[in-house]
Ligand binder design. Structure first.
Ligand code: C5P
Length: 404
């Protein structure tokens, strides 16, 4: 079964330090791009003597960053913002000098500054002359980094550019990327594809009016964030919501229930977990009026409605049915009973029930839910939507591991 790469939509800073293996960083950039990563190149000054920044700019369609003192670049995304943006910093090639700087915590240029300014995943692919690699100080520097959780990829042995034979050749780009995927794909949802709907849908009546509901999308976005943190490859299909896309999550924006269904169906292949967190409008106006309807009550009260398809029901009965299909039940009364009815009528594996009476929950930052599976009711502790989402995703990942 093909899986979406863990690198899909991940924000990657590829640091290039100055050695002859710089040319391999070009192919590495392409390989990361092929697997769906968003790559920002950061070069040391020395690296620019080996490969032109223009090469990397053409490969990434992003301006290459070199100096921490570049006022124009800093005005766009400061080095601190860049450090926060990164899900992974990989330095390839990593020279003996850069390795020493990383080990001693220096911030002598943009790359080393980013390294200490970010708490993201980190990896290096060392490349240097075999004697420099064997050097006791280099090896101590390396041990320092390994002890701090840095993934070290390579180096390989063989004939070196300088004519020596030994260890110090940078690992080939495809192998670097394969190693990144296998070493960094941690967490219970590693290699799992998660598809989540979120937010309201808007059903247009005429050019100025639409039918909608009070969903903010916060819960669905929090679930997407939690699933991504647990290592999943996450796609979020969102109705109109004023929220930032969680890191590492692929987002598809839609407006109507029909658009949401189309996006879900085209993203469904190989999905392990589907979560319908969207508050989909049950109906839409049967006809869209291209001119604004007159405001008279007679005119507006004659709007005819037609039912929207139940997206989660379509997913649960699809030939491509994910292993787990999980719905929400936002109710104002008899919450648990109604949630159990949905579990059965929509052929779901679990339902997350919450009470939305008195305007609670919708749009708020806190929530309280009960997870219902078969006859089991599991009331989760109240908390922020981020906390509750992490609790839900952890339970769902345990549920998934028992199913497969
Ligand atoms: O039937 P009700 O709308 O209360 O069910 C809520 C659950 O069904 C949620 O998981 C929601 O995302 C999903 N749903 C859907 N498509 C619809 C209506 C609801 O996927 N048209």
């Amino acid at each position: 079964m093909t899986r979406t790469s863990w690198l899909q939509n991940k924000h990657i800073v590829l640091g290039v330090s100055g050695g002859i293996a710089c040319y391999k960083a070009c192919e590495l950039t392409r390989e990361l791009g092929r697997r769906g990563a968003l790559v920002q190149i950061v070069m040391t000054e020395a690296a620019t003597a080996f490969v032109s920044p223009l090469t990397f700019q053409a490969l990434t369609s992003r301006e290459v960053r070199i100096s921490v003192l570049d006022a124009k670049a800093e005005a766009g995304m400061s080095h601190i913002e860049l450090a926060r943006w990164a899900d992974l910093i990989i330095i390839a090639p990593c020279t003996a000098n850069t390795l020493a700087q990383l080990a001693s915590g220096q911030a002598s240029d943009l790359l080393t500054t980013l390294w200490i300014a970010s708490d993201c995943e980190k990896a290096i692919a060392p490349a240097m002359n075999q004697q420099m690699w064997k050097n006791i100080q280099t090896q101590e520097n390396l041990t320092h980094l390994v002890d701090r959780g840095v993934a070290v990829i390579g180096p390989n042995s063989g004939l070196q550019a300088c004519g020596d034979i030994g260890s110090g050749r940078m690992t080939e780009p495809t192998e670097v990327v394969n190693t990144l995927e296998s070493q960094l794909t941690r967490g219970p949802l590693a290699h799992r594809k998660v598809l989540i709907t979120a937010g309201p849908t808007h059903e247009p009546i005429d050019p100025v009016r639409y039918l909608a509901n009070r969903s903010s999308g916060k819960m669905g976005f929090a679930l997407a964030d939690a699933a991504s943190r647990l290592g999943g490859s996450v796609t979020l299909i969102s109705g109109p919501a004023q929220l930032e896309t969680p890191a590492g999550v692929a987002r598809i924006d839609v407006e109507t229930a029909r658009e949401m269904l189309i996006a879900v169906e085209s993203s469904l292949g190989d999905t392990d977990i589907f979560i319908g967190a969207a508050a989909v409008c049950d109906v839409r106006p049967a006809k869209f009026s291209t001119s604004k309807l007159k405001k008279s009550i007679n005119k507006l009260s004659t709007i005819e409605f037609t039912e929207n398809e139940d997206i989660i029901k379509v997913v649960a009965n699809s030939r491509q049915r994910p292993t787990l299909v999980i719905g929400f039940a936002a109710e104002t009364d008899s919450v648990l009973e109604k949630a159990k009815e949905k579990l059965v009528s929509k052929s779901l594996d679990a339902v997350i029930a919450n009470c939305v009476a008195n305007g609670d929950i919708f749009g708020q930052d806190n929530t309280q839910v009960t997870l219902i599976q078969n006859d089991m009711e599991n009331p989760l502790p109240p908390g922020t939507k981020a906390e509750v989402a992490m609790e839900i995703m952890t339970l769902i990942s345990e549920f998934l591991s028992k199913r497969i």
